[in-house]
Unconditional design. Structure first.
Length: 89
C-alpha cells in the first residue's frame, strides 16, 4: 500500500471496474434515500402524537452492543457492497 502522506492515493480496489463502483454508489444512494424517507414519515407520525423529537438527536450506543442492530448493520453493508462480490469484467 502506498504512503498517503505525500499526496498519493492508494488503489484499494485495483481489480474493481468503474461500473462495479458505480453500482455500489447507487446501492448506497438507494439505501440512504429509503432511510431518509422512512425517517421523515416516522418523525411526522411522532410529532403528531406530541412526542418530543429532541431525543432523536441524542447520542446512541454503537450497534456492536445490540445483536439486532449489529445484524442490520451487516445486512446493510452486504447490500451496498454486493456489486463487488461478483465484479463484471
Amino acid at each position: 500500500m502506498e504512503d498517503n502522506t505525500q499526496g498519493t492515493t492508494g488503489d484499494y480496489f485495483s481489480n474493481v471496474s468503474k461500473s462495479d463502483m458505480m453500482r455500489v454508489v447507487l446501492a448506497l444512494a438507494t439505501e440512504v434515500y429509503a432511510m431518509r424517507d422512512r425517517q421523515i414519515v416516522l418523525e411526522d407520525i411522532l410529532s403528531g402524537c406530541d412526542i418530543d423529537l429532541a431525543r432523536l438527536d441524542e447520542q446512541v450506543e454503537a450497534a456492536v452492543y445490540d445483536v439486532n442492530r449489529l445484524a442490520e448493520r451487516d445486512a446493510f453493508v452486504a447490500r451496498v457492497f454486493a456489486a463487488m462480490a461478483e465484479p463484471t469484467r
